[in-house]
Design a protein around this ligand. Structure first.
Ligand SMILES: N[C@@H](CCC(=O)N[C@@H](CS)C(=O)NCC(=O)O)C(=O)O
Length: 210
């Protein structure tokens, strides 16, 4: 199994956590996003979306991190990322998708670059944009966790939701976002920090870190 990724990419980070939670071995292939390797013709032949991650297994390439997470869970059902109960599965997906679609999408590198270079916004505007989307989505996710009375994880063990949450919090900290209003999110993050799959997946531990 080969993971095409980048050390600081939150979508690659999601997959590294999931592969670790499932105890699956994989080789990493670094795609340097700062050098634009994701847009090279060679890489786009593998992943026509021109982003990371992509996962190669038995000559087949899988793209789109959320679809890959679900595929991994169906193909390697041991140590599941989703709980058994259908309502609980829905809760995991709802929270994970809120972050993956409403938060990751507007904060992605090409969006920030477009705001800066094409629309001419300064760094202050970019930082305000970033904080706006973080607050808008984290408020909802935090409220949902409060309603459920969530503990160290959404359920008994980390799964799909935590795979998506922890990388997004890592990014929020990079942008110096104030996370004081999200005690449930940060408590779950703290519990994940102790877990070997999250420790091994951390950007600082990746071989392509600069
Ligand atoms: N929806 C995609 C998003 C992938 C994505 O945007 N990855 C980012 C890194 S987190 C990337 O490759 N950005 C560089 C670029 O698009 O030029 C997924 O979840 O896999």
């Amino acid at each position: 199994m080969k993971l095409y990724g980048y050390w600081r990419s939150s979508t690659s980070y999601r997959l590294r956590i999931a592969l670790g939670l499932k105890g699956l071995e994989y080789e990493q292939v670094a795609i340097n996003l700062l050098d634009g390797e994701q847009r090279s013709a060679e890489y786009r032949r593998l992943n026509p979306y021109g982003g990371v991650p992509a996962l190669e297994i038995d000559g087949r390439i899988y793209a789109q991190s959320m679809a890959i997470l679900e595929w991994l869970d169906e193909s390697f059902p041991d140590r599941p990322l989703l709980p058994r109960d259908v309502e609980d599965r829905f809760a995991s997906r709802e929270l994970a998708m809120a972050i993956a679609t409403e938060l990751h999408a507007p904060l992605n590198l090409p969006v920030l670059k477009y705001l800066k270079h094409d629309l001419g916004h300064g760094q202050e505007d970019i930082d305000a944009w970033y904080r706006h989307w973080i607050a808008r989505t984290f408020e909802g996710v935090e409220a949902r966790l409060a309603e459920r009375g969530a503990g160290d994880f959404l359920f008994d063990a980390p799964g799909l939701f935590e795979c998506v949450l922890v990388p997004q919090l890592y990014n929020a900290r990079r942008f110096s976002c104030d996370l004081g209003a999200y005690p449930h999110l940060t408590r779950i993050e703290a519990a994940c920090r102790e877990h070997p799959a999250f420790i091994a997946a951390h950007p600082d531990r990746q071989p392509d870190k600069r």
